[in-house]
Design a protein around this ligand. Structure first.
Ligand code: IPE
Ligand code: IPE
Ligand code: MG
Length: 255
């Protein structure tokens, strides 16, 4: 039987520092509630963790850091919390864009951005342009992002670019679809981290996480610091990434 052609056949690099780290930053609300503070206080503290983790990843040589900031499902939250999250996003972009450039961090924002108001969309475009030449680390913020949205928008864009494909569905393979995914510029994540204790993907990068190592921690996002990141990296370095093979087939086996 010939192997099914899958992009997961190609991935083999392993090292102690993951090249691409994707994080669901969860637990802001519970962090605040435990301190008898409004949930919004947790989101504000969460921004400090973002700054800390971006810098720590840069120092460790991570090339891509992807943070889930707002899901397509988060619109279901109370209007006051949604608008606070939007204001926080605006304020953070205004305050941090220069600092990102100084740190050689390229900012990219993925998601259905048409849902945001003009001011926020302009700020996103400005911050992306300001940092477009930066190379050390690519920081992707997933905002109004959903994994299912991503697959659907990629499918639509692929068919719009080549309408004849619809008549030849056998030609639609992973290589045809993946360039249209929102994060086509990045390799698939090596390490996924979810803080806050839940063990679910919550419609994050569902296509791209096919062979990612999944790490869950009870630590709430506002408490997630450099040493918590190192614990996740140390766990990651112990994983044997086999991608369907046996241990004995891996490079270095038997040494
Ligand atoms: C994650 O923290 C931040 C966003 C979803 C924007 P939560 O707000 O989900 O915090 P918990 O899960 O309620 O504690
Ligand atoms: C996932 O967190 C989305 C973000 C962190 C932006 P949620 O807290 O919204 O996830 P669920 O709905 O509890 O799974
Ligand atoms: Mg949550």
């Amino acid at each position: 039987m010939s192997p099914v052609q899958s992009s997961t056949m190609a991935v083999l690099e392993t090292g102690s520092v993951p090249c691409h780290v994707a994080i669901i930053m969860d637990g802001n609300g519970r962090w605040a509630t435990q301190r008898r503070l409004p949930r919004t206080a947790g989101h504000m503290r969460g921004v400090q963790s973002v700054r800390r983790i971006v810098e720590a990843c840069g120092r460790r040589g991570v090339r891509y850091l992807t943070l889930f900031a707002f899901s397509t499902e988060n619109w279901r939250r109370p209007a006051g919390e949604v608008s606070l999250l939007m204001r926080l996003f605006v304020r953070t972009l205004e305050k941090e864009a220069d600092r990102l450039r100084e740190q050689d961090v390229r900012l990219r924002v993925v998601g259905e951005l048409n849902a945001f108001d003009d001011r926020l969309r302009n700020l996103i475009a400005q911050a992306e342009a300001l940092t477009s030449q930066c190379q050390a680390l690519t920081l992707t913020i997933a905002a109004n992002y959903g994994g299912r949205w991503d697959i659907l928008q990629a499918m639509r864009a692929m068919l719009a670019a080549d309408p004849d494909l619809a008549a030849r569905p056998q030609n639609v393979d992973e290589a045809a679809l993946s360039p249209w995914l929102a994060m086509a510029y990045a390799p698939e994540p090596d390490l996924f981290i979810r803080t806050g204790g839940e063990q679910r993907i919550s419609n994050f990068l569902i296509w791209q996480l096919a062979y990612t190592e999944l790490y869950f921690t009870d630590c709430w996002w506002p408490d997630f610091d450099e040493s918590a990141l190192d614990q996740a990296f140390s766990w990651y370095s112990q994983r044997e990434r086999r991608f369907g093979r046996t241990s004995a087939q891996l490079p270095g086996a038997g040494h």
